[in-house]
Design a protein around this ligand. Structure first.
Ligand SMILES: C[S@@+](CC[C@H](N)C(=O)[O-])C[C@H]1O[C@@H](n2cnc3c(N)ncnc32)[C@H](O)[C@@H]1O
Length: 199
């Protein structure tokens, strides 16, 4: 299984907060537009889905951070590119304190911090790659089937968390080139590299 972890320090963390910005106001909802573009690049193909990808959103915006939304597309999930915002909103509305709620098949929401999500993915035996412009060249990196790619939104990662992750021997920092790309563009590059390698 492959995982993509998208971190946003500002994305809205309740359904109500997101609904306030309905009708094209996703940019105000903590740049939910970037989260949606990233998700589309992560799991959508033309006329198909990447069903072997688990996509994680970690939102630290107001009013109730942190929120961890975990989504895997299955045949049971009704989803279209136009409805990703609605899917996120429905999941945020269904959050229940104190647990991990399965809102749709293989779509969960819980309160969990960025570092705890990474820790859990490591404990499950995954190899973690953090997308960073100054990291090792992705094309030269050894990548196993159980890989996790972590990226930030327009603001990148919080300093405290990134310092902790840099100290860990289990996390590799990888770059997709010398230019600073949109979050969603880096996901497209990563998926293409994995496709070439048959991962
Ligand atoms: C628009 S960038 C963030 C820019 C932000 N100002 C910063 O300095 O991190 C969004 C995310 O895409 C990823 N990214 C962008 N360009 C990259 C590159 N050349 N190599 C690897 N990851 C990249 C990083 O994970 C980054 O957090």
């Amino acid at each position: 299984m492959k995982h993509i972890v998208y971190f946003s320090a500002s994305a809205a963390t309740s359904g109500k907060a997101l609904s306030k910005y309905a009708d094209g106001g996703l940019m105000k909802a903590g740049r939910m537009d970037i989260a949606i573009h990233s998700f589309i690049q992560g799991v959508f193909l033309s006329h198909d889905f990447r069903k072997d990808v688990v996509f994680h959103f970690i939102f630290y915006g107001m009013p109730d951070p942190p929120k961890h939304l975990q989504i895997q597309v299955t045949d049971e999930l009704e989803i279209s590119k136009k409805d990703v915002g609605k899917l996120i909103q429905k999941m945020l509305y269904k959050y229940k304190e104190g647990g991990k709620t399965e809102v749709f098949p293989k779509c969960f929401i819980e309160k969990k911090s960025f570092l705890n999500v990474i820790e859990e993915l490591l404990e499950e035996g995954n190899e973690i790659f953090l997308l960073d412009k100054k990291g090792e060249d992705l094309r030269k990196a050894d990548i196993s089937d159980n890989c996790v790619f972590v990226l930030g939104d327009h603001e990148g990662f919080p300093t405290k968390e990134i310092k902790r992750l840099r100290k860990s021997d289990n996390i590799k920092f990888v770059s997709v080139g010398d230019k600073m790309y949109f979050a969603s563009q880096t996901i497209a590059v990563v998926n293409n590299e994995l496709d070439y390698r048959g991962i």
